[in-house]
Every structure is written in structure tokens, then in C-alpha cells.
Design a protein around this ligand. Sequence first.
Ligand code: ADP
Ligand code: ZN
Length: 736
Amino acid sequence: KDSPNLFGSLFEPATRSRVVPVLVPMPAPKPYSYTVPDGVAVEPGSIVQVPLGPRKVIGVVWDGEDDGSVDAKKLRAIERVFDCPPIGREMRQFLDWVAGYTLSPPGLVARMALRAPAAFDPEPMVEGLRFVGGQPERMTPARARVLDMARDGLSWTRSGLAHAAGVSTSVVDGLIAQGIFETIFLPPPPVVALPDPDFSAPRLEGVQKDAAVDILNTVRSGGFSVALIDGVTGSGKTEVYFEAIAETLRRGKQVLILLPEIALTASFLERFQDRFGAKPAEWHSDLAPRTREKVWRQAVTGEVRVVAGARSALFLPFEDLGLIIVDEEHDPAYKQEDRVYYNARDMAVVRARISDFPIVLVSATPSVESQVNGQSGRYTTIHLPTRFGDAALPDLHLVDMRRHAPERGGFLSPVLLRGIGKTIERGEQALLFLNRRGYAPLTLCRVCGHRFQCPQCSSWLVEHRFRNQIQCHQCGYAERTPEACPDCGTLDHLVACGPGVERIAEEVERHFPEARTIVLSSDMAGGVKRLRLELDAIAKGEADIVIGTQLVAKGHNFPLMTLVGIVDADLGLANGDPRAAERTFQLLSQVTGRAGRTGRESHGLLQTYQPQHPVMQAIVSGDAGAFYDREIGERERALLPPFGRLASIIVSADARGDAEAHARGLRQAAPQVSGISILGPAEAPLALVRGRHRFRLLVHGRRASDMQAFLRAMLAHGPKERGSVHVQLDIDPQSF
Ligand code: ADP
Ligand code: ZN
């Protein structure tokens, strides 16, 4: 059935070469050569189907000439050219650039930009009804309602008409049987409504207006530029970048908005619709495969004008992209750590540079990297220092836990409990934030001290009491919570150490048995759908107390939320990572920023054992500037990013010895380059994951050093991956 479907006339200026390089979605170091059958035209960027071993795969004709190293007679031929605009030259350059920068096989990078051929099937027609006329043999109230509806002259589907008339489909079927309606085929409903830049523009005032003028200037100048919108939560950053989007739409170009948690931000799509009269296309991993293929296709053909997506949307081969917005640009979710390790924020800047269009980074707490680029003038910073309208930032206080101890077995201080009580008495909402899923992070036996550890990872099993399980948060391993200690056999002597959100929920329940409480965490039963419903319920005021992990921190607008309690503000500071202070500051600012978005007086209480810590001081004083200056100073002294370069090499293997030996071999193979040094190998921070032992080499270089050349030389001269050994490179690692 899959006969070759070749049509050459689709592509003008055809390159008439007999052998072309084709990049296939495999971890191969370069494109493979294929012959082009007579009468078929392809050009760089054409999407084709080629045979690969026993399989047929989709690939993309790549740039460059075939080097003639393989005898053309031995080459296999392109089997099919898909009816689809080719992937543009700039996008191909971008994919090559990402492969070179991340030291990933180009095929794996191209795979992120390619979709299955099924995407090119035309939309099926839908079965519809046409009102023929006449009267039924016997008129009933239900039939009358259907006829009433149908007289509008609109075209209906069978179930659509039944639904609109409030009757069952059998009533409609009865009328079809009597010839009053006939079935016809309708074209599919239009899937893309076009956003209108002038649909409903808000009136911008004061600083917001100045910011919009700045943004519009960068967009109008057309070429590559980076603007950083640095404004407190609720200052109207979104409205400002909407102006940039409107201007880009007027200029007839496509827009990409990257958001860290798009699957959970239905409210963003609605807001966009209010402003532009149509929703943007969504792009994230929770889309149904068919929808995903459709959006891909429409981005390529230009039918879709605006895409709002997760980091992977950066690899959509847009027909004519003219602007990228990276909202919450500091968010760690922009880092992909799977196969191709990349930071979508950084790669988005490269994408804009290659195609010579503007990019806007947006955050209430910009990354140190972006701050430095702003200070050096590489980026234009646009400040929005106050909340929009009469909304004020919450009033933030530290709760020194050394002086305000919770009651035995509890984690909430009396001050925080009183705050919650007062808030819900007023009919407002309180949010308790704890970035830890489950009931308790560690379970041990009171008698022998046995700790439950994952059999295949170096991490503790986390108790999830709601599910009666202990789980590994690394690999997902789970078992029923045991009744007896597996070591000493004692019954009912397991103790939970420390809190997770489930345990906080239990404590809240004890103190506020009447309150409507919602617990939100990413592992909640029901997945994304359920989470969306719960978030909606919170926004509508159907909950009094919300207890959640970081997914409640991102972008939601809860009008009634006036108290945010941070259960353990010190949590993120413990791990000794140089980025820990920055990350904690960003997360705490974002979470406390959920409060008071609609003009009500609001508060934040941060429980800490380190009230003097610079992060805590920066949060309560609101003096982010001083905090960033300190952080930037420390990075500069240690030559850490962005003042130096880092790469992490993780070597993993089934046997510990193999991983370690391979890592040592790589280190020995490293060239001597002044300004570049290697730390390790040492056991990686997670030494065992899914049964694989991991060793890490950290490579540190001065800013001007060519890290990629160094790593390529090291890999070329070092031992080859063999057996279970795998080497993963991570340029610009998240933690170091
Ligand atoms: P941020 O993105 O900085 O958190 P938003 O853009 O979400 O801030 O703005 C906060 C709130 O203020 C939103 O409810 C938004 O609709 C409202 N808002 C911002 N600017 C305007 C404006 N110019 N006119 C009307 N409402 C505005
Ligand atoms: Zn595990």
C-alpha cells in the first residue's frame, strides 16, 4: 500500500544532483548518502523517506555536496518526497549549530525538528446534515426543537444538532429516516483562527507604556536584538510583550512564546485569546499525537501564526518566524537533560541571531547570566518595578523557627497557623508551599535504624501515604509500604522523617478540619487533566487552603490568594551547589508572588532556620539588586558561568569499575590547553541511577576558551564507548 509517491514539480529551483546527503533521526555523526531517482527533484531541507537497514525512516535532505566516498551504485535511493515545504536554510543552520555546541549527533538534533509523514494526510471531511424541508409524520416537542434549530440555515453535524436542540441523537435520526434531513459531507471545521493584533489592546500607562515603546522599537528595527523585561510579578510584563507580538503579527511574521509549564497554563491561552481574539497553538508533550502533527504541519506551512509551547517548540521548523518570547527565562525547566542536553533559553537566542530577528526574555527574577548580559549592554533591560494598578506586592516576613517552634510532630509554626486561620476567616485563600512530594522524604526503622533505599538508585525511598507506597523519585520504583522492618523484622516501628506535602496536609487537617484543602503535586493521580481542574477550582475560590510543590508557583493567577506560607525556605540551600542561592531566591520570589494579585492586602511568611542568610534578607527587603550584585561578584571571582565555561561529562555503566575506568581514560586523553582544567573523575552527585553507576568529570574553562574543541579532542583520543559504557556530555550544566 505504501507505494512510492514521488512528485518533483513541487520544488522550484531544484538541485539536480544524483547523490545527496540525508540526515536521518539517528545518533549518527553525519548525514548518509542517498541517490535521487530520475525525474525527482529535491533540495536541501526537503523531507523524504529513505530506507535504513530493514526500516523506512523519515529524513531531511541536508546541505553540502556528497564527498563521493561511497560508490554510487551501492547507495540506496530516496523512496518518497513529502508534500511539505522544505525546512528552511536558517533552521538547518540552527540545527547544525545546536549539534556543534552540545556535541550531539546532528541526526538526534534534527529528530527534534521532524515529524512523522502521517502529518501530511489531508483533513478528513466530516459528515454533516442538510435541512431538506417538509414536516415529520408526527410532530413531537423534541422534533419541533430540532426543526427550530435547523431553520437557522447553518450546517450541522448529527450530534451537534441534537446537542443544540437538547434532544438525543435518535430524534435526529428519526428525521433523517423521514427525509427531512439528508447527510452530506462538510469540510473540516477551521482549526486555526488567526490572532488579530488589534483585537483588544489594553491602555498602557506610565512605566508600562515606556516599556512597550522600548519593546516596539526593538521589534520595528527588525534585526537581531535581545530585550530583557525585568519586572516584579504582576507588573504587567505579559501585556508589554503582547505589544511586541502584535507588532510582529502586523509585519506578517510568526511568533513563538516559550513557557516553562505550558500544559498547566490554560489561563495563559485564555488571556491571549482575550487580547488577540484567538488562541495560540499549543505545543507540549501532553498533546495528542494527531494534534501535535497538525500543529507541526501548520507551523511549517505558516497557517499557524503564534505557537505557545514548552522548550521543544524551539525546534518547530517555522515557515517565517519573526519573534521569540521566553517567559520565566530563569526557569530550570528550559534545560533538557535527555539525549540532547540543551538550554532552550540560550538556544532561542541563537535561533534569533541566525535568523536575524528580535527575542524578548521575561522574568521577575532574571538568571544571573541574563543580568550580566544586561549590565554589559549585550541585552537591553526594560524594568517594571511595581505591580500594575492598585495591586501591591505581598508584605513578607521571616519566621525564625529557632524561636517559633512548631508543636511536637508538626512543621507549621504557631505564627503561620494563626495567619492561615485569619486568612480563611476572611474568606480568602492560603497557599502552603513545600517543594517535596509525598509524605516524608525518608523512612527508617526506629529499632535498628534501617533506611529504605531504592534497589537501583542512590536515593531514599519516599513514603507516599495516600497511595500506601514507598517510591523512588529518581526512577519511579515503588513498593507497598512494608509493615515490618526488612532488616530486624520489628512490626510497626517505621518512622517518617521530615515533611512532604502529604504530611503538611495532615497537619492542616488537624488544625482546620472544616477548611476545604487541596494538595497539588506533579505525581497526583489523574495527571495533567486533574491538575488543570484543581487549578481552575482554586482560581474560582473553591478551596481555602492549597498545599503544593513548585507547580503551584508558576504563572497562575489566584484572585483570592492573600497568604503564602513557605514551609521550609531553607530547603533548596542545603545541597552546596553554587547556583543554590540564585535558584532559591527565584523560586521563593515566584511563590510569594502568587499572593495579592488583585489589590487585596496580602502576606508571605517564610519559615527558616537561617534568617540572616542573604537569600532570606533579599526576599524580605525586596532588594534584589544587592543580592544579584553579590551573586555576580562571587561568580566572577570563581570564574563560574557566565564568567567562565563549564561542561560536565557523565560516564555511566552497569559495573562501577567500568564507569570509573572509562572516566579516567577520558581524563588521560585530554589535551593540555591553558585555561582549561578538569576536576574528577568523582562519583556523580547521583552515583547510581536505574542500576547504572555514574562518574563525573567537570571541565572548567576561561570564558574565551574553546570548550567544544577541547572536548572533541578528548573524546577522539580517549577510550571508545564499549559494552554498557555510555558517555553523556552536558555543556553549561544546571548544577556544578
Ligand atoms: P506579569 O506578567 O508581570 O506577572 P501581568 O501582565 O500578568 O503581570 O499583569 C498583572 C495583572 O494586571 C493582570 O491581571 C493584567 O491583566 C493586569 N494588567 C496589566 N497591565 C494592564 C493594563 N495596561 N490594562 C489593564 N490591565 C492590565
Ligand atoms: Zn530508583
